[in-house]
Design a protein around this ligand. Structure first.
Ligand SMILES: Cc1cc2nc3c(=O)[nH]c(=O)nc-3n(C[C@H](O)[C@H](O)[C@H](O)COP(=O)(O)OP(=O)(O)OC[C@H]3O[C@@H](n4cnc5c(N)ncnc54)[C@H](O)[C@@H]3O)c2cc1C
Length: 302
């Protein structure tokens, strides 16, 4: 946020934004903070409002499709154990390693932070979450199924839950607005990619936004955005979707993990694909980012 402000952005903290009506000159955005409200006019609005965004009341055709059986995300922070990382209250989850426990109805990722606290991030089947009585019990069940050390600190922790995770919004753009990040769609957190997808989408707005500001907006801009996002993210999200499917079936995940244990190099192409930045269309003027293949916006905005 500090970098955005330093670059000239105006930050309006703790305000709710809603897309207002469009006219030939721009899009209204209504901002509300407590009793205060204001309307600003924008030539282009970037809607990066996460999974549960409710920013588009002025666009009746816009909608989000939630995949049936979509998992629910959950996370919490386990504070530093008083007697150090090996404290039985926090188990033996050591430094420098990401622990991923996979159970029949979800998975739990654990990583010890620099200050010794443990960050917990999980995804559960909705029915299993309800049947367990909440995220702490569901996480304990996954750890147990995966043969991990129990973590009593899960129970008193302050958990945060997300709405259903796997979703996609359509259309991805409309009259002077673009959806990006989780607001455009999300799969599951297993591969740890959501922030990367959101950042890639944000980078790829640059050429379109500059063209729209310089030359005006027309429907082709919205079509170009939808096409460029499909090219940018579809393959990577398919990989994540395929992994999510494997994880849902105990026998397929056992087969895959047994194979990887035996031949770890089988994971190399997958890991390389996950770590490779995909910057199609994300070229920033003067950027020193490694040479992306250029091709996202077939037609520049007029
Ligand atoms: C359990 C879990 C673990 C994850 N682990 C990882 C990981 O390890 N690595 C990774 O890369 N990704 C991970 N992700 C995914 C990642 O968190 C998201 O993909 C990423 O944060 C998406 O960024 P975003 O900017 O699109 O949305 P968000 O980060 O959700 O940001 C949206 C912001 O918009 C605000 N907002 C919403 N509506 C309005 C409104 N009307 N007006 C004003 N503001 C509004 C929200 O308050 C929020 O601050 C994980 C997700 C989950 C659920």
């Amino acid at each position: 946020m500090a970098a955005a402000v330093a670059a000239g952005a105006t930050l309006v903290p703790e305000a709710m934004a809603q897309l207002g009506p469009a006219d030939p000159g721009g899009r209204a955005v209504q901002l509300r903070r407590g009793r205060e409200s204001a309307t600003v006019q924008a030539q282009l609005v970037l809607v990066a409002a996460g999974l549960a965004h409710r920013c588009l009341p002025e666009v009746p055709a816009a909608g989000t499709r939630i995949q049936p059986g979509s998992r629910i995300g959950a996370g919490c922070l386990l504070p530093v154990a008083t007697s150090g990382p090996q404290d039985p209250a926090n188990g033996a989850y050591g430094d420098g390693r990401l622990h991923m426990a996979i159970g029949r109805h979800g998975y739990v990722g654990l990583v010890r932070l620099e200050d010794g606290a443990i960050n917990v991030a999980a995804a559960f089947d909705g029915a299993a979450l309800a049947a367990a009585g909440g995220p702490a019990a569901a996480a304990a069940q996954v750890l147990h199924e995966a043969g991990f050390d129990p973590l009593p600190a899960l129970t008193p922790a302050a958990w945060q839950l997300t709405p259903a995770l796997t979703r996609s919004s359509r259309p991805l753009a409309g009259d002077r607005y673009l959806l990006l990040g989780d607001a455009a769609g999300y799969v599951e957190p297993f591969t740890g990619e959501g922030m990367g997808w959101a950042l890639m989408a944000a980078l790829s707005t640059t050429p379109l936004a500059l063209a729209a500001l310089d030359n005006g907006w027309d429907r082709q801009c919205a079509r170009d955005w939808s096409r460029s996002q499909a090219a940018l993210l579809a393959r990577r999200q398919r990989l994540c979707q395929a992994l999510a499917l494997v994880l849902r079936r105990p026998w397929t995940s056992r087969f895959v993990f047994d194979a990887l244990r035996r031949w770890p190099s089988l994971a190399d192409p997958l890991l390389a694909a996950l770590h490779r930045p995909n910057l199609h269309g994300a070229a920033l003027p003067g950027s020193a980012l490694p040479g992306p293949a250029q091709a996202p916006l077939s037609t520049p905005c007029p």
